[in-house]
Ligand binder design. Sequence first.
Ligand code: FAD
Length: 520
Amino acid sequence: MSGSRYPGSVDVAIVGSGPTASAYARILSEEAPGATIAMFEVGPTVSNPPGAHVKNIEDPERRTLAQRASEGPGAGAETVNSPGAVKSGQRRARPGTYLLQDGYSFPGEDGMPVAAMSSNVGGMAAHWTAACPRPGGNERIAFLPDLEQLLDDADRLLGVTSSAFDGAPFSDLVRERLAAAVDSGRAPAYRVQPMPLAVHRREDGRLAWSGSDVVMGDVTRENPLFQLFDESLVTKVLVEDGAAAGVEVRDRRNGTISRVAARYVVVGADALRTPQLLWASGIRPDALGRYLNDQAQVVFASRLRDVSAGGTHPAAAGALSEQAGVAWVPYTDEMPFHGQIMQLDASPVPLADDDPVVPGSIVGLGLFCAKDLQREDRVAFDDGARDSYGMPAMRIHYRLTERDHEVLDRAGREIVRLGKAVGEPLDERPFVLPPGSSLHYQGTTRMGRTDDGESVCSPDSQVWQVPGLFVAGNGVIPTATACNPTLTAVALAVRGARKIAADINSALLMSESDNRLSKQ
Ligand code: FAD
């Protein structure tokens, strides 16, 4: 179409610009440097470089504007940071995210009242806490023999370190107290330790939080064959002769619709909108949207006991104070929850907004629980109704099972025990957040070893019925994880991207050898 800002055709069209979509762009730039790549993101660019974490924006007003611009149709609504929201149980989103307007629960079901999304270059990873623990035990995907190497790659892409909070005055203390309560009988990998975080300390001492900018890296930004188009809604994946053939895109700046042909299409549009786009494209495998799972979350807060107020970290003058670091209590199959213990003012959830928060002296404890997976838990789509982007409206069916309630009860008892171990609890009882709070939605485009109707894609993330179509994101994870899933989702994206790169390179080799033969 004339006047379109998009190319007519590319080798690879990528939908979404979060960390998993960006991992495809990065690996393709590294391993298939001759491939043309177009990335389409429905939201605006809110940070510089594109996809950067908004916490790196030092000016608070500019940071708030960037968060608001990421909130799609929810922009302007009050957030959990507004006074009283969490304690009074009001349905509100985290800054930088927005909630489903309807279809989030049905009578007799738990639903997912605070299922949330972000619409901006960088996706949710422009707003995340950046915790990148490795999965353990049953969280791991048993049929992927190379998972550990893929997780190493994901660490590299996300810039994961365990040292960002080294020297935080209270971090050793918090870990020692937790370890005394938890470590007995655990193998070393499962003991209390500093949380691996996609965060590093810059030369000037400030923290830099990784977003999609870090995942893309210079190699993608400097790749002349890579283009990122913001404010571009992909409305359809095009399929010809049963294979992926491109995308249909609506330019949100002027409303025009274009078609971009592509040999490979990667949809990394989050765990709710990836199945939505497949559904809208008429790609509707049985497992699409099913096995939806979120990590039920229990939170608690404690004031550190016996600490003096003097130990301010030199970098605490920045946008975030950083006294207690982030501690990790790993998941085990016996204790199927994952613990994240962090200074409260670095947490996305304000737990005690009535209390005066003395920097570093109050820690928030969070336990995420692994879900009892059910086929009936799903995001479905209503062809007769549209969301605010004009896509098929989501309908979430979600129930906690008896086992989920048992695990939540155990997590509740455990978090009180941990809270007492580190200090003086601020409340008597822990607070169970409403379903959807974890922001870790999984399973909706799940990977399987074989095409048995219970999975959407292969171990390479290729949709079983549609060669050339790949899915990315937490939705691809087939296991019930309790740990934060982004590292694992990026690891799976690395595998998928390598498959595309290998196919492109071998096609190139074949055509070069054909050319040579025809010239002889
Ligand atoms: P996203 O980052 O959600 O990106 C998807 C992108 O696709 C979005 O930008 C969206 O606008 C775009 N899109 C959707 N549909 C279309 C379409 N049709 N056309 C074009 N574009 C489209 N995870 C962790 O592992 N650890 C944490 O500590 C952690 N903390 C978090 C804290 C907060 C406050 C938040 C908000 C999230 C947190 N998360 C955390 C979750 C983490 O950010 C996500 O797991 C991660 O961003 C998912 O990456 P993704 O690439 O799959 O999707």
